[in-house]
Design a protein around this ligand. Structure first.
Ligand SMILES: [Zn+2]
Length: 314
């Protein structure tokens, strides 16, 4: 079989929902596993996820176009839901009867993991289902804004469930990518330094800073991914031009005021003052900044100026 796998969103301005976790990160960690597991079972896989897009419609068009141009046998779009923090569970959308036949076992396998069964639903309103020539499904794995789902969710079993549902075969565990051959690089050391300065951790090591050793290992990759998610970039764990450009925008310490500012610097500040990261400096962000300023003994004005920047990144 030739599968077209579509990692939902991850192509700004096509970005996913924000919940307890970001949909972009979840679809990516599941989607990449689904792809490697399908390949390990001997299937062909076409990654239908674009890297960038001029609009959301263009992002969706690129996905279906890749599937159609590559004449895939089946198309699978991976998403996570978000609604009101209490709605929860899994649902799979399809239109055609072939699509529904593909959807049902995927839904059943996800439900076996303990998620509430919202059923197979009619996806006639969904662009990627309407525009794909092959039988297509859109999997809403569970709700990224529901505590009950995020407590239950793990990427590996979710990916296994999708692959088992698609193929009928139980996939092997995804091998954890071995760290790249250890060559010390000054560029990697610079990256590690800036990640530490920005106080982004790899999320696994109890908030410990990265070793500034110039070796691009799994901690550095994971911390890079987290930094990319904070800055609103494709979370590929590779610090390319776009990532460095966004980092420089933060290090430039721009003065940020409510309703006047947007972009990576605002997203970074939102990360530091612990408010939802959406890149928009609205009243909630201003309030969180005031709290941050107050608890750090700074002038409480809700504006990010030199004082607050120095406190945050030195
Ligand atoms: Zn989505």
């Amino acid at each position: 079989m030739k599968y077209g796998i579509d990692i939902g969103h991850n192509a700004p301005p096509d970005t996913g929902a924000s919940g307890i976790r970001q949909e972009d990160n979840l679809t990516r960690e599941v989607g990449l596993r689904v792809m490697s597991k399908l390949r390990a079972l001997g299937h062909q896989v076409v990654n239908c996820t674009p890297q960038r897009a001029s609009s959301v419609t263009n992002s969706l068009w690129q996905r279906t176009n890749r599937a159609n141009v590559n004449r895939v046998d089946a198309f699978v779009s991976i998403h996570f839901n978000a609604f009101n923090r209490s709605a929860n569970g899994a649902e799979v959308f399809a239109i055609s009867s072939a699509g529904r036949r593909m959807a049902r076992p995927v839904q059943e396998e996800i439900v076996k993991l303990g998620f509430f069964d919202r059923g197979v639903k009619n996806g006639a309103h969904m662009y990627v289902l309407r525009h794909t020539a092959a039988p297509a499904i859109l999997v809403e794995c569970c709700f990224c804004d529901a505590r009950v789902d995020m407590d239950r969710y793990l990427a590996e079993p979710m990916a296994n469930a999708i692959v088992k549902g698609l193929t009928g075969s139980a996939p092997a565990p995804t091998p954890t990518p071995s760290p790249a051959p250890s060559s010390v690089s000054e560029e990697v050391r610079q990256l590690q330094k800036v990640i530490n300065r920005l106080k982004v951790t790899d999320g696994n090591s109890a908030g410990r800073a990265l070793k500034e050793d110039g070796v691009f290992g799994s901690s550095t990759r994971e911390a890079t991914r987290r930094l990319q998610a904070i800055l609103g970039l494709m979370t590929d764990g590779i610090a390319g031009d776009r990532t460095w450009r966004a980092i420089r925008q933060v290090l430039a310490k721009p003065i940020l005021r409510a309703n006047q500012a947007a972009g990576p610097a605002v997203r970074y500040v939102q990360y530091r003052v612990r408010v939802d990261i959406d890149g928009i400096f609205g009243p909630q962000t201003a309030a969180a900044i005031r709290r941050y300023q107050s608890s750090n003994g700074l002038t409480v004005d809700g504006i990010i100026g030199p004082q607050s920047w120095t406190r945050m990144i030195g």
